[in-house]
Ligand binder design. Structure first.
Ligand code: NZQ
Ligand code: ZN
Length: 386
């Protein structure tokens, strides 16, 4: 097992009717900024419940954080934080709102001249020493942002990962019933996102992380069990609760501690979102089968383990097992209603140069658990994904 540090200070408050507990989690005198997206929380009554739970606290609102939150939008919220002396951020939404809130906190506390530096400079991030507490009310299970220190912010044609210990939420309320209103395509995106977070920390090379492997396999098997079920019956509480918990556990640092990680699917996927506007989860479903085909040599042992332990494939030789596991994975995504080829999204080989140029511009030229996935391999992957 590799050396590691594990730190995660976020309190999870899970289950039905847990919104009531907001009152215990936020100081009575707090000036609270409620952050949200395009309005789903108004439409489905979540905002009303949140406001009620906050009682007499001084409340401000900032809505309009778009999917793949834009730097410019978030900076408007930073102005509100400063003008109104906000001392508590309450993010009510999915990954975009949670990530946006984390960035708003960092930018509001940054003393440097150019806030844009926070997108690319870890030194700039490390210089921040003060912070506003963030609370979360989750409405979309997918990113794990509710229990991690990451945020992804969009600026021009790029998506930037911003990581800081100051971004761990103080608490996250995970009430699965608040996710019932999600459209099927967002539920499917969330299942795929969780699946891919898990395999990117699992299908690498063996490192004797036995607990981590079995925890990852547990998440993957649970997703396979409940994925279609929760899509077909959105109000099946147990199925949805399992999805929500898997999404959180998939990216809170637990399964990735002490094992190699390969984030190529996400890094190439981010470029597909930035250039073509394809949903985050869908980019991953397109790329993962292609990446495994192209990287089957490097990932051989773990792909065989994945085939045998997650899909219970016992027939055939090792190569047949790998092929069969890749096809079963593709079938699982397709069954959720997610198309898995670039051509399904009108992306053709003529677009590949643009993707490669963006990868180069963002320094994504040595990807994978072995840092040998260069632009020529990315091209091979894109070709396979057509
Ligand atoms: O904006 P509203 O009106 O709220 O609608 C949203 C949005 O249109 C809707 N929605 C959310 N909850 C709903 C709902 N609609 C009905 N009922 C509800 N309960 O869903 C749409 C998508 O929301 P978004 O937050 O964009 O989705 P997701 O949670 O998939 O987040 C994607 C973002 O997270 C980043 C992605 O790059 C992307 O920007 N990621 C963040 C990570 C992290 N912080 O660790 C890791 C991930 O890999 C990912 O990269
Ligand atoms: Zn993701």
């Amino acid at each position: 097992m590799l050396n590691f540090e594990f730190y995660n200070p976020t309190r999870i408050i899970f289950g039905k009717d847990q919104l009531e507990k907001l009152d215990q989690q936020i100081p009575a005198e707090a000036r609270v900024l409620i952050l949200y997206g395009g309005g789903s929380i108004k439409k489905y009554g979540t905002l009303e419940k949140v406001v009620e739970a906050l009682g007499n606290r001084k409340i401000f609102e900032f809505g309009g954080i778009e999917p793949n939150p834009k730097y410019e939008t978030l900076m408007q919220a930073v102005a509100v934080v400063k003008e109104e002396n906000i001392d508590f951020l309450l993010a009510v939404g999915g990954g975009s709102v949670m990530d946006g809130s984390k960035f708003i906190n960092l930018a509001a506390n940054y003393q440097g001249d150019d806030t844009l530096e926070l997108l690319t400079s870890q030194d700039a991030l490390n210089s921040i020493s003060t912070s506003i507490p963030i609370g979360i009310v989750l409405t979309l299970p997918a990113t794990g942002s509710e229990m991690n220190k990451g945020a992804v912010v969009s600026h021009k044609m790029g998506k930037y990962g911003v990581f800081s210990d100051l971004s761990f939420p103080k608490f996250s309320i995970l009430d699965p019933t608040l996710t019932y209103s999600l459209p099927a395509t967002q539920v499917a995106n969330g299942i795929v996102d969780t699946f891919i977070h898990t395999v990117e920390q699992y299908v690498t090379f063996p490192a004797e992380g036995r607990f981590q492997d079995r925890a990852a396999e547990g998440i993957l098997q649970t997703l396979i069990e409940v994925g279609k079920k929760t899509l077909d019956n959105p109000e099946d509480y147990e199925a949805r609760a399992n999805l929500v918990w898997c999404a959180t556990m998939g990216l809170n640092g637990l399964i990735g501690a002490g094992v190699p990680q390969d984030w190529s699917t996400h890094m190439i996927g981010h470029e597909l979102t930035a250039i073509f506007g394809i949903d985050h989860g869908k980019t991953l479903a397109i790329l993962q089968p292609a990446i495994w085909q192209v990287r089957r040599k490097q990932k051989r042992e773990k792909l065989i383990q994945y085939a045998e332990r997650v899909w219970q494939i016992t027939e055939g030789d090792d190569d047949q097992k790998i092929d069969s596991a890749i096809e079963k994975t593709r079938g699982f995504f397709e069954e959720l209603g997610i198309k898995t080829h670039l051509s399904d999204y009108d992306v053709t080989a003529e677009h590949f140069n643009m993707v490669l140029e963006n990868l180069e511009k963002h320094g994504m030229t040595k990807l994978s658990e072995t840092s040998d996935l260069d632009l020529s391999v990315s091209l091979e992957i894109l070709e396979k994904a057509l």
